[in-house]
Design a protein around this ligand. Structure first.
Ligand code: PLP
Length: 423
């Protein structure tokens, strides 16, 4: 009998140089550019290590102590750690860490509380809401009777008179409060009052602001909301994932909705990384981080205002700034593409009551979570605002874009980002 071949398990670089090279290139891109997309961040090395671990090998349908497969000696401990740390961090009565991301977390809430065709309410997408709060192209707009509320024409802040009027008229099962492009504090107490008046479940979706909530720089939806959903990869700075947190009385309904209602086996490597992120977010330095995110956003907003930019609501209370470029005579898409060439990465975005089309809107959306993770502060926000003003004034000036990209690269070299190989 021939001896067995020596065991070989080549590295990624050896096995798949193409993908290895692309990962290297993305590391480089994230190192030398100012990433201003407000839903993105830099996960720490520790979070990335857990995400890349062999926990991806294990099936564990069910919950700790009640699984459908054997061999859960370790996984149960991992998930219990993630759950108990997140409960402590948010002050939640119950936490489910299994949703694959923010959208499936929200779907679980619908499955737990609604039948197809039931009325639900959320902030409409053009006013800064999320697709999964009932927008028409989403399953949540197709399978439920979705009623969107908006912001007022004059202040661009949530129109609570409209929320109340629509809620009384439509009696939603779920009242969503949560945003993807809203630069102001969410007044959970006002939503609670309206939800109580009409017998709706109040569901706070804090996907964008979870890190600000645990950092103490945004009011907490606990204990006001019945259910709180979030992603784990935005300001919370964990791996790409989602969670549903709720009052103890809804724990069974939520858990059943996530599994077996919507999903199969949880992503245990992600669960481990969520536990790591919870540990990081419980450290005092995370409070400083959250405060710096908001301070930087305010400084960036001031810098932009001094250059004559129009900001939706006139400024920001959180990590995000929404710029209306109408007075600069440049569409959001043209601006975001020029900025990207200049090393400043953002996304084009609709502004409230946008006169342009959704795929070619008037605004850009920027935020400070990523650049704050790499340690940028107030002085750098001034420089950033100056660069943005230059680029928006001359989006076709390739020499200018190249010059700014070089200056950005130089700045970035002094602020190494978490998670990336030493730059
Ligand atoms: C990002 C976001 C989500 C969805 O998260 P995914 O992980 O992209 O599915 C849900 N709700 C809000 C408010 C968000 O901003």
């Amino acid at each position: 009998m021939a001896p067995p071949l020596p065991f070989r398990d080549p590295s990624l670089a050896e096995r798949d140089p193409e993908i290895a090279r692309l990962i290297r290139e993305e590391e480089q891109r994230e190192a030398v550019k100012l990433r201003l997309i407000p839903s993105e961040n830099y996960a720490s090395k520790a979070v990335c290590e857990a995400t890349g671990s062999i926990l991806t090998n294990k099936y564990s349908e069910g919950y700790a102590g009640k699984r459908y497969y054997e061999g859960q000696q370790i996984i149960d401990q991992v998930e219990e750690l993630a759950v108990s740390r997140m409960k402590a961090l948010f002050g939640a009565e119950h936490v489910n860490v299994q949703p694959y991301s923010g959208s499936p977390a929200n779907l679980a809430v619908y499955l737990a509380f609604c039948q197809a065709g039931d009325p639900i309410m959320g902030l409409s997408l053009p006013s800064g809401g999320h697709l999964t709060h009932g927008w028409n192209v989403s399953i949540t707009g197709k399978y439920f009777k979705s009623v969107g509320y908006g912001v007022t024409r004059d202040t661009h802040r949530i129109d609570f008179a409209e929320v109340r009027k629509l809620a009384l008229e439509h009696k939603p099962k779920i009242l969503w409060c949560g945003t993807s492009a809203y630069p102001r504090v969410l007044e959970f107490d006002k939503f609670r009052e309206i939800a109580d008046e009409v017998g709706a479940k109040l569901c706070a979706d804090i996907a964008h602001i979870a890190g600000l909530v645990v950092g103490g720089v945004h009011p907490s939806p606990f204990p006001l909301a019945d259910v709180v959903t979030t992603t784990t990869h935005k300001t919370l700075r964990g791996p790409r994932g989602g969670m549903v947190m709720c009052k103890a009385q809804y724990a069974k309904d939520i858990d059943r909705a996530v599994f077996p209602g919507l999903q199969g086996g949880p992503h245990n490597h992600t669960t481990a990384a969520i536990a790591v992120a919870a540990k990081e977010a419980a450290e005092p330095s995370f409070k400083t981080y959250a405060q710096n995110v908001v301070d930087n956003a305010k400084a960036l907003a001031e810098g932009l205002l001094s250059h004559g930019f129009t900001l939706v609501t006139g400024g920001t209370d959180n990590h995000l700034v929404l710029i209306d470029l109408t007075n600069k005579n440049i569409p959001g898409k043209v601006a975001s593409k020029a900025l990207d060439r200049a090393g400043i990465v953002c996304n084009y975005n609709a502004v409230p009551f946008d006169q342009r089309k959704p795929f070619d809107p008037s605004g850009i959306r920027i935020g400070t979570p990523s650049i704050t993770s790499r340690g940028l502060g107030i002085p750098e926000m001034k420089r950033l605002a100056n660069w943005m003003a230059e680029v928006v004034k001359a989006p076709d000036d390739e020499a200018l874009l190249t010059r700014v990209a070089g200056e950005v690269r130089e700045l970035c070299a002094g602020f190494p980002a978490p998670g990336l190989p030493v730059q």
